[in-house]
Structures are given as C-alpha cells and as structure tokens.
Design a protein around this ligand. Structure first.
Ligand SMILES: Nc1nc2c(ncn2[C@@H]2O[C@H](COP(=O)(O)OP(=O)(O)OP(=O)(O)O)[C@@H](O)[C@H]2O)c(=O)[nH]1
Ligand SMILES: [Mg+2]
Length: 356
C-alpha cells in the first residue's frame, strides 16, 4: 500500500485561522459572501482601467510617430498635422493620468483588499489531471514524472480523441485512470481533466492541471502547495528565464506577447500579478473549482486565461509562481510551432478579456 509522506507546514502554528465551531467550508463561504458586494464595483472599475489602458496603448505609438515626423520632416509647419498631434498628445496624457487614478486611487479606496487567508494543506489529497492529444511519445514519461512525487495521490490522463496509442501509453506509464474526451480542443480536454481529477475529493483537496507533453516538471508540485495555503488558485508562469530551457515555445515573440496580454488582464483585475496567460500548469482548491465550474465554457486554445479571468471576476485569490518549462517531447499541436495560430489564439484571449 502506498504511504503518503507528511508535508511539514511552512507556516508557524500562530498563523492558523481559528475556526471555532465553524467548518472551513462555512468560513470560505463567508469570505466569498463578504466579497460579493464588491464584485460588481471592482468589475466596473476594472473595465474603466482596461478602457484607458487600451486608449494609451493605441495612442502612444502614434504620438511617438508624430514626434519623429515633426523632427525629420516639414510637417510640423502644417496646421492639420499640429491639430492631430495635439489630439494624440491629449489622449496619451488624459488616458495615462486616468489609468493612474483608477488603479492607485479609485481601486484602493473603493474596492477593499482581499483579506489574508491561510488554510492547512497537510491533509489535502492531491490529484493531477494531464491533458493528452496524440501524445503517445511522451505521455508515459509525464505520468511517471508525476507518479514519482510522493505528494501526489492520483494521476489521471484525458485522451482527447488521439489517433495514436496515447491511451495505451498512459496505462503503460502507470496512470490511475485514463478517460476519453470526445469534444475536441485544448479547453474541452482541460475542463474534463479538472472534472475527473476533482471527482470524489473534498472542497479542501487540491487538483493540479498540467499538460502531458513533458514541458512541465512533477517536482514543481511542492511550489504550488506552498502558495495554495493562502489562495484559491496558483498559476504557473513560464516567463522566468532562469527556469526555462532554451528553444522552448516561449521565444522572442510568444514570451513578450504573453506578457503584454497578461499585463492587460492585470490592469483589468488589479491586485493580481500576472506575467503569462498560456501556462496550463496550475493548482486549484476543489471548493474553488466547484464554484468556478458553471462559468467555464471555452473549448479552444484560449481556455487558460478564460479560467483565471472567470476566477478573478469572482474575486478569488489567484497567485502566479514561476515554474520550470522544458522543450516539448513529440509534435506541437498548440501555438508552439505556428505563429498565425498563436496570433489567432491571442485575439480570442483579448476578446474574452474585453467581454469580461
Ligand atoms: N492544441 C491542442 N491541444 C490539445 C488538444 N486536446 C488536448 N490537447 C493537449 O493540450 C496540451 C497543449 O497542446 P500543445 O501541443 O502542447 O501546445 P502548446 O502547449 O501550446 O505548445 P508546445 O508545448 O510548444 O507544443 C497538450 O498536452 C495537448 O496534448 C487539442 O485539440 N488541441
Ligand atoms: Mg505544451
């Protein structure tokens, strides 16, 4: 029989929340209800911030272009040019100032900060859900990588209509369950992985979502656990260069593009630091997943930000941590190899953000 090693809590005893006669679940519900009146207000303030950031991002390059034209051509003598230039300059100054006021004054005084929260994870069960699509070449190694971690109770693989022997390879790798997901798409596969991994778990248990392509490391689970003591969702970020192999999909274009979209989401949901929008590797408390589940619907490649945008709309505590990111084994089906596909996915992510 498998024995699970006991993790040492990283927090001193004094930092525990005293629950008295209340269950942890009641306490969580109380925190959620406490946030409820501010959900609407923080969403409106966030939309105003995003609007001003958009105006700033669009007008700034034009204003810069205007300065260059003014310096190197004789357009500075034309009254129509000066008029356009003044409008652009006004847009930059007004939107920049408004953004500053919204984020650092309005937000600070109209939306209360989320209270510090701690809940023990020592007795939490941990189930890992791995996505797989024609990943015969790597899924067995990915399963073994997570199974070798003594903190993990169960590894589940979701086979998304693979044409190769992904199913057999997952079984060979020692997975506890393999499920077939017939709705095609990265998002559909992730949603099924979350659902199957959460099955039979209590609200305080933890589900880890990851890709079965060996880009991530099973050893990183302890990092997620250190932070999930204090929040509902821990997202991985692949933006930390020191933890990333060279020649991964996070190249000269994907990495900065990810960071720009992440910062736009950060402005919209001020208070949560974000640097990556496409990292599948994440941990979520099962209770938080159950609250979030009715709002998850994206089946495509833009599922990753969709999940945390919905969580942030509900004012869940979301923390991002650096994770190891390696070169993919096997063929890339996502944005890794195709910049046109990457641009399409980025536009869908932005559409989600503006609709939020
Ligand atoms: N793209 C894609 N991925 C799917 C699908 N169904 C499941 N997946 C899984 O979702 C994960 C993401 O796909 P990847 O091919 O790794 O794409 P990526 O992560 O954007 O890029 P690379 O890691 O560089 O290949 C992998 O684990 C896939 O096996 C699907 O229909 N399309
Ligand atoms: Mg991948």
């Amino acid at each position: 029989m498998k024995t699970k090693s006991r993790r040492k809590s990283l927090k001193p005893e004094t930092s525990r929340i005293c629950l008295g006669n209340y269950s942890l679940q009641n306490f969580r519900q109380a925190l959620f209800n406490e946030n409820k009146p501010y959900i609407k207000r923080s969403n409106w303030i966030g939309r105003m911030a995003l609007f001003n950031l958009t105006v700033l991002m669009v007008s700034f390059p034009f204003a810069l272009g205007g300065v260059i034209l003014w310096l190197v051509t004789s357009l500075g003598q034309e009254s129509w040019f000066l008029m356009i230039y003044k409008v652009l300059l006004a847009l930059v100054l007004v939107s920049g100032f408004a953004l500053f006021i919204i984020l650092f004054v309005l937000h600070r005084f109209l939306v209360p900060l989320r209270a510090y929260h701690y809940s023990d994870t020592r007795n939490a069960k941990i189930h890992v859900g791995l996505t797989a699509y024609n990943d015969e070449i790597c899924i067995a190694d990915a399963v073994k990588d997570f199974k070798q971690n003594p903190l993990v109770d169960r590894v589940i693989v979701i086979d998304n209509n693979s044409k190769d022997n992904t199913y057999g390879a997952a079984v060979e790798g020692g997975t506890d369950f393999v499920f077939k997901e017939y709705n095609q798409g990265y998002g559909a596969c992730c949603m099924r992985a979350l659902e199957e991994a959460a099955h039979g778990l209590a609200d305080d248990d933890i589900v880890i979502l990851c890709e079965g392509d060996m880009t991530f490391s099973g050893n990183d689970i302890s990092k997620f656990l250190s932070y999930i003591e204090n929040c509902d969702i821990v997202l991985g970020t692949r933006a930390t260069q020191e933890l990333r192999a060279t020649n991964t999909q996070m190249d000269w274009l994907i990495n900065p593009a990810n960071q720009v979209v992440a910062k736009m989401i950060q402005a919209r949901f001020w208070g949560t630091r974000l640097t990556d929008v496409g990292c599948t590797y994440r941990a979520i408390r099962v209770g938080a997943y159950r609250r979030l589940k009715p709002y998850l619907w994206v089946r495509g490649n833009h599922f990753s930000p969709h999940m945390f945008i919905e969580a942030l709309k509900m004012r869940m505590r979301v923390v991002e941590i650096p994770v190891v990111f390696k070169i993919r084994s096997g063929e890339s089906k996502g944005v890794g190899s195709n910049k046109v596909k990457a641009a399409r996915v980025a536009l869908r992510m932005l559409r989600l953000l503006y609709a939020a």
